[in-house]
Every structure is written in structure tokens, then in C-alpha cells.
Design a protein around this ligand. Structure first.
Ligand code: MN3
Length: 211
């Protein structure tokens, strides 16, 4: 039995659609080079997994795990990220349910954004800031992941992820990560984040231990 090869999902808007917040040049490189690279690398590793399985080579199989996590995580994260964004004015609204959950946990959407931003600005090196849903505690969490670790490694369901690898902003914002994180809220697809919340609420109740 072999794992299915992954494919690059279609970008739901043009490369330049998020300007001036994210330049068309960044989007094109990010999508066609970086995300595409994770997909291709992951698929190439799947072939090696199959070879290792055919030879019953456990050491080889183990040596492939870090690459599978990195490239598979990169594919998962970027696939979420593209749908979390939308051209300015086209991102829809928060659902009543998510608005209520955000207010009860953070006081207001504005406060949630403040906390998300300060937490994500502080990531050392490359990583992602996340708003996630904790099924065990039926609550929201703001957290960060290093490199391309997917949020599922923390037992959380991803609702909104912001990529703060330098490739996501450097061509436009240079070293000013705070400026990128200040601007990006103009192109968040709140309707997509709300759909993810509604779907997550229906998931199991025993996936993580946070309360
Ligand atoms: Mn990226």
C-alpha cells in the first residue's frame, strides 16, 4: 500500500490580488517555488519510503521521517495559508459563533489580533503563528510552530496560520516582520477561518490535554 502523491492546490486568486499587503512577486515565488518545492520533495520521499518498505529497511525508513515532517508540514501549512487570505474587502465576516468564542477568550477581536501579533513577531527564526482550536478544552489557543511543523503536532486544529518565514515577506518588508504582521490583517479571509472553526467544533473531544 502506498501513500497518495500530493498535488499543489490551486491558488484561489491571482498572484497580485493581495496587493498592496503582499506583492505579486512574493506570492508568485512563494507559491510556485516554495510550496511547489514542498510538494515535490514530499512526493520524492514517498518513493523512498516505498523502497525502504520493499527492502524492509527500518533504518532507512526512520531516516526519512524528518523530511516527511518538514515537507509534508510545509504542504499542509501553505494549503491552509492561501485559503486564510483573501483580497482586501473580499474576506467576509466572522461567524457569530467564532466571534463569541474569540470574545469570551480574548475580550475582543482586536485583543486577539494584538496577542496573535505579539506572539508571532517573537518567533525566533522561521515558523508560523497560529490561532487553533483545542477540541479537548473546547477553546481557542494562540501558539507558534517552528519551521514547518504542522499545528496538529500540538494537538490543535488549525483555524488561522500566518507564515513568518522570511520568504513570506522579505522581498517587500525586508527585515520589518512587525510591519508585515500589522498589514496582513487587511487580507484575512474571516469567512474561511469561521468555516474551519465550525468544522473543528464537530471533531473529537480527546485530542489534547489543554484546558
Ligand atoms: Mn512559506
Amino acid at each position: 500500500m502506498s501513500f497518495k502523491k500530493q498535488t499543489l492546490p490551486e491558488l484561489p486568486y491571482d498572484f497580485s490580488a493581495l496587493e498592496p499587503v503582499i506583492s505579486g512577486q512574493i506570492m508568485e515565488v512563494h507559491y510556485t517555488k516554495h510550496h511547489n518545492g514542498y510538494v515535490n520533495n514530499f512526493n520524492a520521499l514517498l518513493d523512498k519510503v516505498e523502497e525502504a518498505e520493499a527492502k524492509n529497511d527500518l533504518q532507512k525508513l526512520i531516516s526519512l521521517q524528518a523530511g516527511l515532517k518538514f515537507n509534508g508540514g510545509g504542504h499542509i501549512n501553505h494549503s491552509i495559508f492561501w485559503t486564510n487570505l483573501a483580497p482586501k474587502g473580499k474576506g467576509g465576516d466572522l461567524s457569530k459563533e467564532l466571534e463569541k468564542a474569540i470574545s469570551s477568550k480574548y475580550g475582543s477581536l482586536e485583543n486577539m489580533i494584538k496577542k496573535f501579533t505579539s506572539t508571532t513577531v517573537a518567533i525566533q527564526g522561521s515558523g508560523w503563528g497560529w490561532l487553533g482550536y483545542c477540541p479537548g478544552g473546547d477553546t481557542l489557543r494562540i501558539t507558534t510552530c517552528a519551521n514547518q511543523d504542522p499545528l496538529s503536532t500540538q494537538g490543535l486544529v488549525p483555524l488561522l496560520g500566518i507564515d513568518v518565514w522570511e520568504h513570506a515577506y522579505y522581498l517587500q518588508y525586508k527585515s520589518a516582520r512587525p510591519d508585515y504582521l500589522k498589514a496582513i490583517w487587511d487580507v484575512i479571509n474571516w469567512a474561511n477561518v469561521s468555516q474551519r472553526y465550525a468544522a473543528a467544533k464537530g471533531q473529537c473531544k480527546a485530542c489534547c490535554s489543554c484546558k
